[in-house]
Design a protein around this ligand. Sequence first.
Ligand code: ADP
Ligand code: MG
Length: 710
Amino acid sequence: MATAAKPAPSLKAKLEKLGIRSQFDLVLHLPLRYEDETRLTAIADAHEGVPVQVEGTVIDSKIAYRPRRQLVCTIEDDSGPLTMRFLNFYGSQAKALVAGARVRAFGEIRPGFFGAEMVHPRYRMVHADTPLPEALTPIYPTTAGLPQAALRRLIGEALAQCELDETLPPDTVARFGLPAFRQAIDALHRPRPGDDARALTGRTHPAWRRIKLEELLAQQLSMRLHYRERKSKTAASLGRPGALSAGLLKQLPFRLTGAQRRAWSEIEHDLGETHPMHRLLQGDVGSGKTVVAALAALRAVENGRQAAVMAPTEILAEQHFRKFSEWLVPLGVELTWLSGSQKKKQRAQAAADIASGATRVAVGTHALFQEGVTFQSLGLAIVDEQHRFGVEQRLALRAKGSATKGSATAGAGDVNTEPHQLMMSATPIPRTLSMSYYADLDVSLIDELPPGRTPVRTKLIAAERRDEVLARVRDACRAGRQAYWVCPLIEDSAEDPAGNARARGPRPGARQAEALQLQTVIDTHARLAGEFAELGVGLVHGRLSGADKAAVMAEFAAGKIQLLVATTVIEVGVDVPNASLMIIEHAERFGLAQLHQLRGRVGRGADDSACILLYQKPLGEIARARLKVVFETSDGFEIARQDLALRGPGEYLGVRQSGAPLLRFADLELDLDLLEAARDLAPQMLQHHPEQARRHLARWLAGKSELMKV
Ligand code: ADP
Ligand code: MG
């Protein structure tokens, strides 16, 4: 790719703000919309609120000072006068817009105090014979200090310099009836006269579809290559069944469900391979993923390797530690706990045990995969609620895998091997996402709940009927059961229903929202403790120390606390089967997947369970629609699908703050046909046209390939 003369630093900075770093980025800086400057409208014929282009002669121009300094210029055509008003203007503008000058202005006409006016129209000085443009005018996304004209010129230069040759096999281009790449790019930047403005702006024009296919194909190629690369790496085979996994199965108080057995046999098979498994174990909340993970961990141990279990929150990690201990210690397998909130000394001891191999199974938060923790022979990394980890953390985990390679303490047998990875998620990945962002993973599905569960009844109750709800809580606790009371999200956090903001660092406003939420949960706890003097009412929130959180959760699990007031820290994974009632205050503020996750904390035992969604009237239309989804369906997949439709993949994948490039042009739902086409095309291209595939990827992913693999 040719490089242009170096732009001035300030221009460079502005371009970078728009994500433009190369000539090709300029080529791909596609218009937001188009304006029709091919026609003139008579001033008197212009409809209010419709963008039009008019042309006239300046009859008056002055700088007015009331209500504030502004340039007011009146032009006139055969049909009547029009006032142009500029609140910001340069002296040179005032000089040019003098009586007699001819102006072509584009904008919306509004009725003003002195007749029709345009505020800040785009305009240019013309002569009586200046021709009208023949094609639509592209309008680009831009930033302060970078006018459309400048951007247009830069893009024009890039279009002239970049070699935009075809990378798709010719038969493909023909098959989809799409234009060639160069043609598509030209059509978008320089639409031809008479081109369909609506299709161009709505991104349904064949030229747009071609660009979207290009982008989706790059993503698919990258996923395929990543998949292949993984299959070409080596991992220790953990294929030998031993006494430990068999022992766990024997000792469990229940039999695995058919779905659990199926998932386990798929994992078992992968663990026996000599290349690293990257498998996602998917199952709705309560489907019993943990025991499958424990079997996998034991399989690693009985094959002489270490296993690591990582969870996104301390509460969940702590709970895994307890559950795994309960299952593994009787089999003679000791566990090590490692987390960020641990005392330095204990943490150092844990890290030393992990490095020496004294520990066979380590459980903890993402601290497990931070620098300074080296495994003696890590055979399997288990990541629970993997979608809750930010993109960076997932990449760090990947890097940890390969870091084991050359590292001095990796252990003799481990050179050039990677650990197997088992990821777990209760948030089902909608089909469009599993075809795109998650295409490089293998998936096992637990699509069956353990027997004897009664479905959770969901109720929608207006907050004004809070007294009835209190009575229900009292009844349930008197009958020996337990309840959760989940406090509302506060503004800012409500916008981030994917949660886990803490792990990704605060955003503006997040801190206040968190403080407010903390206050709310403390107040709510005080009030409920007063209302239920006879019950044990506990409190858990994100600001408690890890040890305090664990202590409260342990008391709740032991039944010493009957009512647990909590923030969403209990959202994932918490498992107390005797808790059969959940109240969620201000349910309208939560994300759908989050409500589903929260609701999944009850209905874990044999008792009848209920989840009460308290909402504040009046409910907006969207809030009503959202609550209806959670009320009507208990199917996590359906909820996820609707959630995705409401929130878009960026939110869904939890990468909003990370700035990772998601798809820029294609829309997974709207362009499903192109996504499917790209998925079919990628392997064909890799097999029959590897050179084109390589060029295609290089063009589209230059430097971004890591982040495409969310
Ligand atoms: P999740 O998939 O949400 O992580 P868990 O692994 O926490 O679910 O399992 C939920 C509960 O169901 C736990 O108490 C677990 O011990 C129990 N459980 C798991 N599998 C079975 C089974 N096959 N039969 C009965 N109970 C089971
Ligand atoms: Mg779980």
